[in-house]
Design a protein around this ligand. Structure first.
Ligand code: FAD
Length: 150
């Protein structure tokens, strides 16, 4: 079956704070593993940016669920396309908070100091999510190495 990539941006609804994220991530990682879906989710007070990749029917099915979720609104599709390979093959759902992203990285992908997913085009959004996920993975690897050393 063909693999597709889906990228969307959305706004948080009023009661959705960082505490809701824990639940979303736990459920996402559990479900996505079963569905063969990989990707990344970036959270900021200005909204969510998510990339989903995997078998077309699984991504479609999941997106229908996500659109209906009341924890966000204005879900706006940025890209849906066939892809030859995944970019996030090691992540059932990588998670990044925009306020933890290095300023230099934000400057590279954005015209603003604050991250706003609605300001990004699809290529920009994909590049941004790949870069922040790599930054996160490098950070975690360094942390792990420091713990092993101590
Ligand atoms: P259930 O077993 O029905 O629910 C699991 C738990 O999640 C519930 O106990 C409840 O605590 C909580 N929950 C579920 N729906 C809601 C809701 N609407 N409001 C408040 N709490 C709720 N799901 C994925 O599987 N993969 C993803 O990558 C993914 N990404 C998401 C990104 C965003 C920005 C948001 C807002 C949601 C995302 N979700 C994702 C969640 C998705 O919308 C569904 O809630 C979830 O897939 C339901 O899974 P389930 O049928 O196994 O859940």
């Amino acid at each position: 079956m063909k693999i597709v990539r889906l990228i969307y941006a959305s706004r948080l609804t009023r009661d959705t704070g960082p505490d809701a994220l824990g639940k979303i991530m736990t459920v996402s990682r559990r479900n996505n593993k079963k569905l063969g879906v990989t990707g990344a989710l970036c959270y900021s007070p200005r909204g969510f940016l998510q990339i989903l990749e995997g078998p077309a029917d699984m991504v479609n099915q999941l997106y229908v669920k996500i659109i209906k979720d009341k924890r966000h609104s204005a879900v706006t599709l940025l890209e849906y396309s066939d892809i030859p390979y995944r970019d996030f093959e090691n992540w059932s759902m990588a998670y990044v908070r925009a306020d933890e992203i290095a300023r230099t990285l934000l400057q590279k992908f954005s015209t603003r100091k604050l991250f706003d997913p609605f300001e990004m085009g699809p290529t920009q959004a994909r590049g941004f999510l790949m870069a922040v996920t790599k930054e996160r993975a490098d950070f975690l690897a360094k942390q792990e190495a420091a713990i092993r050393k101590s």
